[in-house]
Design a protein around this ligand. Structure first.
Ligand code: DGL
Length: 269
């Protein structure tokens, strides 16, 4: 098998995982698929989202000839990994909030999980916290507006510092909080702005490097890069072309889906 490692997200968030993979696996051939037609995922209903993730990933795996799928989206991974593994014949690596390393890093035992509404409320996330941070105090904070901020930022627009500060404000009510898990792959793209918005230093933890290491364990040998590498979008978005090129995707294509097959025409909020 020599097809690329296909990285999937609702939008540009998966590019934070691509950055970690390019750092750790610089020779690997990558492809990207983002379901920007249905962004954001974090406010969608579960049953709809499972069907949508399967439909988009099946279509993108077929179009790209991928060797493995990296679900670079916590919102999708905490819900749809089993469905994806059942439908796809290639290895599937997921992304879940980095609760375990954060619990190990924290000195005070006071953590926060910053993620989408869907991720902070998922049973999977609760179990993750009970299993790996049962001895810690874990604040779960939904920050859906940061997804749109990251999308705008990658499209070349200015950030809104007051909105970012407002999203983070509840964190600082705990004076002992010392570690924040970025449980949405969009958020590491805003790391500088998050650091600037914090009234005091904390440790920000994301899953990017752990995913890259996991991919290297699961896929051997790695497919080697040959130019050009492709990003697949479900809606045309020329404003994203420069950012996709910066992350190594010089070619951008539209991914057609059969709406009749996937019942995707009316997403539920
Ligand atoms: N980047 C995604 C995540 O890791 C989801 C963002 C969204 O579409 O709401 O959860």
């Amino acid at each position: 098998m020599s097809g690329p490692l296909l990285v999937f997200d609702s939008g540009v968030g998966g590019l934070s995982v691509v950055a970690a993979m390019r750092q750790r696996l610089p020779q690997a051939s990558l492809a990207y698929v983002c379901d920007n037609a249905m962004l954001p995922y974090g406010t969608k209903q579960d049953a709809w989202l499972v069907a949508r993730c399967v439909a988009v990933c099946e279509a993108a795996v077929a179009a790209s000839g991928a060797t493995a799928l990296v679900v670079a989206c916590n919102t999708a991974s905490t819900l749809a990994l089993a469905a994806l593994r059942a439908r796809l014949a290639i290895p599937v690596v997921g992304t879940v909030p980095a609760i375990k390393p954060a619990a190990a890093l924290s000195q005070s035992g006071h953590l926060a999980l910053l993620a989408t509404s869907a991720t902070v409320n998922r049973p999977y996330t609760r179990r993750l916290i009970e299993t790996f941070a049962g001895h810690c105090r874990v604040q779960r904070l939904a920050a859906d507006p940061l997804v749109a901020q990251a999308e705008a930022w990658l499209a070349g627009e200015a950030l809104e510092p007051t909105l970012i500060e407002a999203c983070l404000a509840p964190l600082w009510q705990d004076p002992e909080l010392d570690t924040v898990v970025l449980g949405c792959t969009h958020f590491p793209l805003l790391r500088e702005a998050l650091v600037a918005a914090a009234p005091r230093p904390v440790t920000w933890v994301d899953s990017g490097d752990a995913i890259a290491r996991r991919v290297a364990q699961v896929v051997s040998p790695l497919p080697l890069a040959s130019e050009p590498q492709t990003a697949w979008l479900t809606r045309e978005a020329p404003q994203l072309t420069p950012a996709l090129a910066r992350f190594g995707f010089a070619q951008v294509r539209w991914l057609g889906l059969d709406d009749a097959d996937t019942a995707l025409s009316s997403p539920a909020p």
